[in-house]
Design a protein around this ligand. Structure first.
Ligand code: FAD
Length: 414
């Protein structure tokens, strides 16, 4: 494998960085902060401010959104590495412009021609954004136990039930929902995915507040939402054309889609930004006993090496997707390594900083406005959401290593 960039990709990288230096202005970053404020519950349903919208317009005009998506669906028909180059550069300044987690990979993999033509261009331009409606109060890691019910009524379905942790549900235009369409089938076989607008009558969204952004984390904090939601479906009526991948085919659509959603710069850059924060702090602090402390030097070097493993895992995933090979467990493996590396890094820096490193934003004694303490909270959170690490390990064991599915241990004989 050669993970070096071609001369064209290298030129793109330079062009993108020059663009960011010119166009990612304090006004754009202010919009980003205002977006985070909306997460804090002002209730304004536009996740973009005017400067951010203008920036997206410029990115679209340059063909930098959805580079790897086919031209007929609003993309550029380009290569995945070029898309990664653009995503990585923006992630480094705290702007996630990637389509990872957007639902686009799942629609490309399982959607009808009509769904691809409708959704992909609008997801690329961010006219449409999805909230993910999988988890329920009694079904998270054990997702196959979901109870939210979609009952057929002619060529429509009527949906009733509750979802929890529907992050961005209050900001998204659409929902990507898993519901039970046939309770008589084995648990995983009676599920379907539906994609439809959030303003469909019968949907209620209520806030659930997270710990990482309370008080609000400073700009530059990696990961973590201020707010997620509970979403209720009360006789929500949707047409059968909102099914993604067919009736009772939801388990495979969801598993493949989530795995593909994990390919991209997002997770690796999150990890490496934490490492960079730590290395920069150790290098620049005026406090004595840091940069020349052998134990600290050893630790930052060890964590830096781990971050490079994250990068290689990401590049491998992209290489597989780009060559159209089977992508089975690699996203899950990355989803174990990157969050756990994040926990190790954020804990290491707070151990180095001592008690002051645990103070959150707002305390006069917080280090760097509390960024390190907020990062610790986010690191633990990222090991749970989008598939917890224990479940990801099980997927690596089964899909990657061919081990049989876990059986409940037999009760011990008396
Ligand atoms: C901030 C945040 C945002 C989220 N956003 C969304 C979203 O937008 N949409 C959505 O649908 N969901 C979302 N989630 C939900 C997330 O996917 C679930 O929290 C996750 O799947 C775990 O489910 P649970 O919380 O019910 O925990 P549980 O299922 O109760 O699991 C608790 C712990 O036990 C472990 N565990 C459970 N079963 C097993 C097992 N059989 N073997 C080994 N270990 C096991 C889990 O890995 C976990 O560590 C979000 C969660 C968080 C924290």
């Amino acid at each position: 494998m050669n993970f070096g960039y071609t001369p064209e990709q290298e030129a793109l990288r330079r062009e993108v960085n020059a663009f960011i230096a010119e166009h990612v202005t304090p006004e754009v970053l202010h919009d980003k902060e205002a977006q985070d404020d909306q997460m804090h519950g002002s209730g304004v349903a536009d996740p973009f401010g005017p400067n951010m919208r203008e920036l997206y317009g410029k990115l679209q005009a340059r063909g930098w959104l959805g580079i790897a998506y086919p031209k007929e669906y609003g993309g550029q028909g380009g290569d995945r590495i070029s898309q990664y180059i653009v995503e990585e550069a923006f992630m480094r300044v705290g702007l996630n412009i990637s389509l990872s987690g957007s639902g686009a990979p799942a629609i490309m993999a399982a959607g009808t021609e009509e769904q691809k033509r409708y959704y992909i261009p609008r997801l690329i331009s961010r006219e449409i954004t999805f909230a993910l409606g999988f988890t329920e109060p009694h079904a998270g890691a054990d997702l196959a136990n979901i109870r939210c019910r979609a009952t057929r009524d002619g060529d429509h379905f009527v949906i009733n039930g509750q979802k929890i942790y529907t992050t961005s549900g209050h900001l998204s235009s659409h929902i990507y929902l898993m519901a039970r369409t046939d309770p008589s089938l084995p648990k995983r076989e009676g599920l379907s995915i539906f994609i439809f607008p959030m303003d469909t009558p019968g949907i209620t969204v209520r806030p659930l507040w997270s710990i990482q952004n309370n008080p609000r984390a400073p700009l530059g904090t990696t990961y973590g939402e201020a707010r997620t939601n509970e979403t209720f479906f009360d006789n929500v009526r949707v047409h059968e054309s909102t099914l993604l991948g067919g009736e009772n085919k939801g388990w495979k659509v969801a598993a493949d889609g989530l795995n593909l959603d994990r390919v991209g710069a997002f997770r690796y850059v999150m990890s490496i930004r934490r490492d960079e924060d730590m290395v920069n702090w150790v290098k620049t602090t005026e406090l004595e006993g840091y940069a020349d402390n052998p134990a600290i030097r050893d630790k930052v070097a060890e964590l830096w090496i781990e971050a490079q493993v994250c990068r290689l895992m990401t590049m491998r995933s992209m290489s597989i997707v780009q060559r159209g090979r089977d992508f089975t467990y690699e996203g899950s493996a990355e989803k174990v390594w990157a969050p756990e590396h994040g926990v190790r890094t954020t804990e290491a820096i707070t151990q180095m900083l001592g008690p002051y490193g645990q103070l959150l934003r707002g305390s006069p004694h917080a280090v760097e406005e509390g960024v390190f303490a907020h990062n610790v909270l986010g690191a633990f959170q990222s090991g749970v959401n989008h598939g917890g690490v224990t479940i990801m390990r099980d997927q690596v064991a089964r899909r990657g290593l061919g081990l049989p599915a876990m059986r409940r241990p037999k009760a011990a004989a008396n």
